[in-house]
Ligand binder design. Sequence first.
Ligand code: PEP
Ligand code: MN
Length: 263
Amino acid sequence: VSRKWKVNRTRLDLGDGVVIGEGTFSIMAGPCSIESEEQIERTVTHLLDNDVKIMRGGVYKPRSSPYSFRGMGLDGLKMFYDICRQNGIKIITEVMQPSQIADMLDYVDVFQVGARNTQNFNLLDELGKVDKPVMIKRGLSGTLDELLQSAEYVFSGGNEKILLCERGIRTYETASRNTLDLNAVPILKEKSHLPVIVDPSHGIGIREFVEPMALAGVMAGADGIIVEVHDTPEEAASDGQQTLNFDEASRLYQRMRQAYQLR
Ligand code: PEP
Ligand code: MN
């Protein structure tokens, strides 16, 4: 995935005019977890109103506690996919293990590899065999070289459709959930031809501060931002503390687009 081997930057075409990479700015927005049909519909309406083309939402959730909500699984994914397809919205969702890939394949536009699975090499090997884009998040305490090596697993398996995602790392700082490392953006873009996405929601973990960090990510050179959004964040099944409501999100999309124009 080094620029030594490929001069032109990778652009990913998700179909229906949705492209990620050089020359465009992508917004991926939606809840941490898919919770219900109504929730998906409300979110899709919000995204359509704001011209956002990619919805995020987990149906397999890696939770620190096994007693927390762990996602709606494949039935939730099919519902998520049906509603988004009808509305021309693409979906990104997390895959946690190799055995889930085959069942998920027809209902996913971008597979997400979560921070807890960045070095799940069996999962990466299997994603190297599919013909769908894969967004790999930086590991909880992962270095940038480790993230790039994880991308090599997918790439060398034959799947060159890869996105890298900076989502914050664990440091000695306890004032925020993670430390969003925006140094990652220019460094990854210098080293690799792959698009770089920033996740300010997990990066800082505090709702009020998601907007400034998202805008900082845009100015650092990100090709896109993935952000957690919910109609009622206070009632979200997961990550409500870092999730924007629809009004906050609409304002953020507008400001990010303005910031991108200034780059
Ligand atoms: C998520 O996107 O909701 C998620 C679990 O992210 P991460 O793997 O970065 O913690
Ligand atoms: Mn989350």
